[in-house]
Design a protein around this ligand. Structure first.
Ligand SMILES: [Fe+2]
Length: 377
């Protein structure tokens, strides 16, 4: 399977993972073949991308997920309700929030050891809600890698899920503003950590340390953050975990003012701040869970051969198993074969192909006579 952006979908491709709408209802089930009409409808609903089968890069990619799509959708739905509830009644149903984060934690502990194929686990743009759930997932993976025990992970998960709850006080227009913010609007946003802390500390069954995650997640180790410009050990370790997960998820998401960074670029950006804004060991702990070349991505090796990542392994995240489909002259190979890069020290991945490059390649326009378009096969 492969993740394909809406602009590159074609009739005949088959849905490889179910597609849900914003309220969690099933739109397209696995195995359904896309038609012009389906594609038009998905585009109208602003569904950004889906996992498909039915072109040459379709079979055999590792489909393991850290958290099942249905659990993730349930968590987003619950967080959405929590957010609205806090906005109208200033109260959190802590029992159902706790149940949700416990379910997430159990699933993550069960699948821990698999690399997260991060690049776009989300399929639609509902950032405020999906962001909180994704930050929670990334924070838990980091916490597990750092050896946190279950009690610590529970304090971490509820705080990570609710780290941005103070944004209920910020207007939607300001949160989603495409252009630059006025000083006044910036002030509004910069108040969200304290607002969040005040909301959370009113609930006696939310640990105070979890509330501190909301208060401190915008601080930075070198004192460059806000609201209190804390530095080093003044920032609790839970907040030091969540701040990295928060920035990573923000960078790899489409925002009203910019498109998403590819995973590799986000990894480089955060890596460049390790030891300054971010705790070095914590950055390494997060990265040990993320595949820079997620299963399904199409890559070119240093030999010029092109293939698809079919299996990733935690022991060598940047050396996955690649199934080769095109030789170094970009001619389609009749019998695709797999190379396990972990056993091939001279081989490496030179680049990930963009969606446009993959589209051109599978339609035979990259090299004349190189390959046949799906529609003609
Ligand atoms: Fe935030």
């Amino acid at each position: 399977m492969r993740r394909v952006g809406i602009g590159f979908l074609r009739p005949g491709m088959k849905v490889a993972r179910p597609v849900y709408d914003r309220s969690g209802r099933l739109l397209l089930a696995t195995g359904i073949a896309l038609t012009e009409n389906f594609i038009k409808r998905l585009s109208e609903m602003r569904i950004g991308a889906l996992y498909i089968e039915g072109d040459i890069f379709s079979g055999g990619a590792d489909a393991s997920e850290i958290v099942q799509q249905s659990t993730r959708m349930e968590s987003i739905k619950l967080f959405k309700e929590t957010y609205r509830y806090v906005k109208s009644r200033r109260y959190i149903d802590t029992r159902s929030v706790q149940k949700t984060v416990d379910d997430l934690l159990d699933e993550i502990l069960g699948s821990y050891g698999t690399l997260i194929n991060y690049y776009e686990i989300r399929t639609y743009d509902d950032y405020t809600f999906s962001h909180s759930v994704d930050v929670c997932i990334l924070s838990l993976l980091t916490g597990i890698s750092l050896g946190f025990d279950r009690l610590k992970l529970k304090e971490l998960d509820i705080g990570a899920l609710l780290h941005d709850i103070g944004k209920v006080k910020v207007s939607k227009e300001v949160l989603n503003k495409p252009g630059a913010l006025t000083p006044d609007e910036l002030q509004q946003i910069r108040r969200h950590p304290e607002e969040g802390f005040n909301i959370l500390r009113r609930h006696h069954d939310i640990p105070l340390l979890s509330a501190h995650i909301a208060l401190q997640h915008q601080e930075r180790l070198d004192g460059s953050g806000y609201p209190r410009r804390l530095s080093g050990d003044e920032i609790h370790k839970y907040a030091r975990v969540v701040m990295i997960a928060d920035v990573f998820d923000a960078l790899t998401s489409d925002r009203p003012y910019r498109t998403a960074y590819p995973v590799m670029q986000a990894v480089d950006f955060i890596g460049s701040l390790a030891g300054e804004a971010f705790e070095e060991d914590y950055v390494a702990a997060l990265f040990s869970n993320i595949s820079p070349f997620p299963a399904g991505s199409v890559v070119m090796l240093n030999t010029g051969e092109i293939g698809q990542v079919v299996k990733t392994d935690k022991s060598a995240p940047d050396r996955p198993v690649v199934r080769i489909f095109f030789d170094r002259q970009k001619n389609r190979i009749n019998h695709p074969f797999e190379i396990d890069l972990s056993g091939e020290p001279l081989l490496s991945i030179a680049q990930t192909l963009s969606e446009e490059e993959v589209f051109r390649l599978t339609c035979g326009t990259l090299q004349p006579g190189g390959s046949a378009c799906l529609d003609r096969e």
